[in-house]
Design a protein around this ligand. Sequence first.
Ligand code: E4P
Length: 287
Amino acid sequence: MRPETLKTRIFLDGGNPDETEQILGLLGFLDGQTTNPTLISKNPEARKRFDSGEKFSKEEILDFYRNVVTKISTLIPKGSISIEVYAVPTTTAPEMLKQGREMFSWIPNAHVKFPTATEGLKAATVAVKEGLRVNMTLCFTQEQAAAVYAATRGAKKGDIFVSPFIGRLDDKGENGMDVIARIIEMYRKGDGHVEVLTASVRKIDHLLCALKAGSDIVTAPFEVLKAWGEKGLPVPGPDYVYDSKGLKEVPYREIDLSKDWQQYDISHDLTVAGMERFSKDWDSLIK
Ligand code: E4P
């Protein structure tokens, strides 16, 4: 059962509908799910096929992805399910848009994930005008989040998510949780049309800190949600202090949200590396 004091929506981060079922059973609720090419490549059925030496054609892997999200959508019909476009750093906006439109038609509750890079943002500006719901992924900085805000201005609340990846920042020695807090603070000056989805969660403390920070949504892998459920779904109170374990502080930056999205510096090496990793994992499944 959802704790009364829980304001944040809880998503599962995964590509296996069996996990969705288990987490629903354990928590008694689930507000949505995020998927990505790497998570789909880890799906047990995909692994089985891969291990037997049988790979997918490009059409088959998309059908497989569609089946997976359709199952998840049936399990969480009122939630949001994020589906990610295939993008290497050179993929153009029209290419991403074409995939995004197709993916959005798969299920009634999709958010389409585009990378927070120039072509991804270009695709998002058009997608939003066409009424697609989008989740801007691979976000690592406050400035990238400002660009997401600007590129999607006019969209209605609930239709746009931005996904800052905290675990991957931690891996580089930077305090990913700071980026969540900074973006939330910056967005307080805006109109609230972009929701912050804390992603790349690696441990229960990431989840608790995101709840304390007031993240709109947190997506967490099976093991983290399981651990949270087994602890009785704690929601941190005013006394909770996050231990960043010596990670480098990411300071707040004064950023004007009223500029055009092209005016922000959105470059980040982890965004590029993230696209490369997702596409590599996806490609590994294809003949
Ligand atoms: C969710 O939308 C992200 O794709 C996911 O949280 C990434 O997590 P990772 O950094 O552990 O791969």
